[in-house]
Design a protein around this ligand. Structure first.
Ligand code: FE
Length: 135
């Protein structure tokens, strides 16, 4: 399944996002560890892209990485989270972004837990949590 892209100018995004959300998602910023809204958040629900609302991660795949950033071992769908090589800051990392609006989310590393062995290290500022409805 291919997702239809959402494209906006910086000025348009700035109207929709807080300065910190804009800095992280549109300028590939990183929030300081242990300062974000979700690193220590344990409610059941879905984490969406803060910029466009696309579902990105399920709370069931969230784990405590000890890093101070919300961490997940897999996305809701591989179609929803894009990845590309990031060699900035003299590090070889893989950047991850929203597949629909290309908001920067964080990075993915290969030292995560089972079953995937992946660790999606995500900025809280790039996420919007939606609590699971009572069944
Ligand atoms: Fe998005």
């Amino acid at each position: 399944m291919t997702i239809e892209k959402i494209t906006k100018t910086d000025a348009e995004w700035q109207k929709l996002l807080t300065p910190e959300q804009f800095r992280v998602t549109r300028k590939k910023g990183t929030e300081r560890a242990f300062t974000g809204e979700y690193w220590n958040h344990h409610e059941k629900g879905v984490y969406r892209c803060v910029a466009c609302g696309l579902e990105l991660f399920n709370s069931e795949t969230k784990f405590d990485s000890g890093t101070g950033w919300p961490s997940f071992y897999e996305p809701i769908s591989r179609d929803h989270v894009g990845a590309q090589a990031d060699n900035s800051f003299f590090m070889r990392r893989t950047e991850v972004h929203c597949a629909r609006c290309e908001s920067h989310l964080g990075h993915v590393f290969d030292d995560g837990p089972k079953p995937t062995g992946l660790r999606y290290c995500i900025n809280s500022a790039a996420l919007q949590f939606e609590k699971k409805k009572q069944e």
